[in-house]
Design a protein around this ligand. Structure first.
Ligand code: ADP
Ligand code: ADP
Length: 222
């Protein structure tokens, strides 16, 4: 099944810059889909439109089963973890999560479960400055997953990390996706990374005005 479909989506900013043209994209439940392309080709713009953080100028974005609630249905992981430095790891995962309407215990359990998934149970009371870059990124993944979103959007999440940490996090992401059945859209400019982690890769052309998704590799995962 398809989680969200984009049809002929375009985006022109008020500055006059056209960031996207004629994007057709179906995101299938349970896959890791990479959006691969050079800087400036419109990957972040596409992701923000899917997240509801920006409006498309043209075209259509349709969610399966009708509407979506941005704060619950979509988890967003940015390149910079943007953690609150004054808050503990636990609070960084809990505070933005909008785990409202659930009991304190249920919220606490959800946070601890997310921290367990990313291997940071022992660091719940630590502060971001006490963590390595890779650990901070894992906190940010826990924060994005705590409401069990239908879709996890990751915008060059590991680009600022060293190669070894990055490789570990790629493996962690693949393991979690397989275990928890996540649907992930992963933006990267790394061919290696996209080939390594993805079920499907959509390659975006460097310049708007050219064909948009020039190549789709459909890999059957064992
Ligand atoms: P990518 O993520 O592939 O690097 P972006 O989606 O960030 O590409 O940007 C695509 C194009 O849109 C670029 O030319 C960028 O400068 C432009 N752009 C992005 N955001 C804005 C904005 N808020 N206002 C004006 N232009 C923007
Ligand atoms: P990352 O790959 O996430 O950046 P590192 O392997 O660089 O983490 O670890 C940084 C330090 O934190 C190391 O001393 C490591 O042993 C410790 N560390 C990382 N994750 C954990 C964990 N889940 N439990 C205990 N110690 C950890």
């Amino acid at each position: 099944p398809t989680v969200v479909s984009l049809r002929d989506v375009g985006k022109t900013f008020s500055s006059g810059t056209t960031a996207l043209q004629h994007l057709d994209l179906d995101i299938r439940q349970g896959e890791i889909l990479s959006l691969l392309g050079p800087s400036g080709c419109g990957k972040s713009t596409a992701l923000r439109i899917i997240a509801g953080l920006g409006e498309a100028s043209s075209g259509n974005v349709a969610w399966a089963g009708g509407g979506m609630d941005h704060s619950r249905d979509v988890g967003f992981v940015f390149q910079e973890p943007t953690l609150m430095p004054w808050a503990s790891v636990f609070d960084n995962v809990w505070l933005p999560s909008r785990l409202k309407g659930v009991s304190r215990k249920a919220a606490r359990d959800a946070v601890m479960q997310a921290l367990d998934s990313v291997g940071l149970t022992a660091f719940a009371q630590a502060y971001p400055r006490e963590l390595s870059g890779g650990m901070r990124m894992r906190v940010s993944i826990a924060r994005a997953m705590v409401t069990r979103p239908r879709l996890l959007l990751m915008d060059e999440p590991f680009a600022a990390l060293d190669e070894i940490t990055r490789q570990k996090l790629n493996d962690d992401l693949m393991r979690l996706q397989a275990e928890l059945g996540w649907t992930v859209v992963f933006v990267t400019h790394s061919v290696f990374e996209s080939v390594y982690i993805s079920d499907r890769i959509v390659v975006m052309a460097a310049r708007p005005g050219r064909a948009f998704a020039e190549l789709i590799i459909d890999a059957e995962r064992p």
